[in-house]
Design a protein around this ligand. Sequence first.
Ligand code: HEM
Length: 121
Amino acid sequence: MLITVWPPIHTLIMAQMKKGKFKVPTLRNVAKTGPYLHNGLFDTLKEVVDFYNERDISSRWDKSEVSENVNTEELGDLKLSKNEVDAIVAFMKTLTDGHVLPAESASLGLLSAPLSSGKRL
Ligand code: HEM
C-alpha cells in the first residue's frame, strides 16, 4: 500500500531549516537606512556590530524570537576590540554613495511633480 504524506516530507524539512532565517541585506547606503535588522531593534550601526560581537556572551539582549538556525559559528562572539568595532562602523559609513533614497526625495520635493502619464518619478 502506498501512503502519501502531504505536504511532502522534504517540504517540511526545508521549512524547518529556514525557520528564523532572513535574506542578507545589502549594506549599500546602510548608514542612511536605519533602524536595523528585521525588527528595527537598533538605531545605530555601532549597536548592530556590538550585537554581532557579544550577542552570545552578554545578557544585554533578549533571546531570539526564533531560536532555530541562529548562526553561532560566524556571529555572536567575535572578540572584536572597541577600536575594531569602530573601524567596522567607519567602513560601513564609506558605503554611502550619492543615491537619494525615496524618503529623502520626497522631503526634497523631488517626487512632487507627476509625469504626464500620471505616474511619479
Ligand atoms: C562583521 C561582519 C558583519 C557586519 C559589519 C554586518 C553588518 C550588518 C548590518 C549593518 C545589518 C543590518 C542591515 C539592515 O538592517 O539594513 C546586517 C544584517 C544582516 N546580516 Fe550582517 N554583518 C556582518 C556579518 C554577517 C554574517 C557573517 C552573516 C551571515 C553569515 C550576516 C547576515 C546578515 C543577515 C541575515 C542580516 C539580516 C538580519 C535581520 O534582518 O534580522 N551578517 N548585517
